[in-house]
Design a protein around this ligand. Structure first.
Ligand code: C5P
Length: 219
């Protein structure tokens, strides 16, 4: 087909989803936030008081849930069995458990298969940790988006402040570092730059500059 694929991977809070959303809109591609899918499963598991260290329990929960995206006036929303969980999946409880949930092979196999289905029928921008390496290995453009941990913590801090979440800067910074270490050192599909991905360091760049850089690379 003529469908195009852009894969954006990188550590936490590097601006992947912000940039991916803008690119998708500009190019009329769909956008798939794979982190939101792992977060939605994590939320479902936490609500059921499931044992999130149990691959079997998580796999069962996943089999019963539908995760979908819908374009709304204020941007893309995330739905868990039809319920809008766009805000809830960003809560600290979910953020602090999502990496463990994401570490299991069967969980990943199921979500990767759902993610690939999104790319069957449309051109797509997909962001996550294993898009260029595992989900869309034939992507037309692979970006590995990084920024200094200080800057990423500051971005997350500013975003939280807007949303009324008051986690101290140092706590956020530590959470980001811990999550990156966990994601990069896990056995299944660790966060790693694909061989054919282009490294884009966004430290000191604003969103428009990053989007421009990726558009230039796409052309
Ligand atoms: O991108 P976001 O920060 O929302 O991702 C949340 C977590 O989900 C990551 O820290 C990682 O553990 C997991 N994840 C993953 N593979 C992806 C996307 C996210 O393992 N493709």
């Amino acid at each position: 087909t003529n469908n195009k694929q852009i894969a954006i991977d990188g550590p936490a809070s590097a601006g992947k989803s912000t940039v991916a959303k803008i690119l998708a809109k500009k190019m009329n591609y769909i956008y798939c936030d794979t982190g939101a899918m792992y977060r939605a499963l994590t939320l479902a598991a936490l609500r059921q008081n499931a044992d999130i260290s149990s691959e079997i329990e998580l796999t069962k929960i996943l089999a019963d849930i539908e995760i979908s995206f819908k374009q709304m006036a204020d941007g893309q929303h995330v739905f868990l069995n039809g319920e809008d969980v766009t805000q809830e999946i960003r809560l600290p409880e979910v953020t602090n458990s999502v990496s463990e949930v994401s570490s299991f092979k069967k969980v990943r196999a199921e979500l990767v298969s759902r993610q690939r289905k999104f790319s069957d029928s449309d051109s797509i921008v997909m962001d996550g940790r294993d898009i260029g390496t595992v989900v869309l290995p034939e992507a037309d453009l692979k970006i590995f988006l990084v920024a200094s941990v200080e800057e990423r913590a500051q971005r997350r801090y500013d975003e939280n402040t807007k949303n009324g979440i008051n986690t101290p800067f140092d706590v956020l910074k530590k959470e980001i570092e811990d999550r990156d270490t966990y994601d990069s050192t896990r056995k299944e599909s660790p966060l790693v730059q694909a061989e054919d991905a282009i490294l884009v360091d966004t430290t000191g760049l604003n969103i428009d500059q990053v989007v421009q850089k990726i558009e230039d690379l796409m052309n």
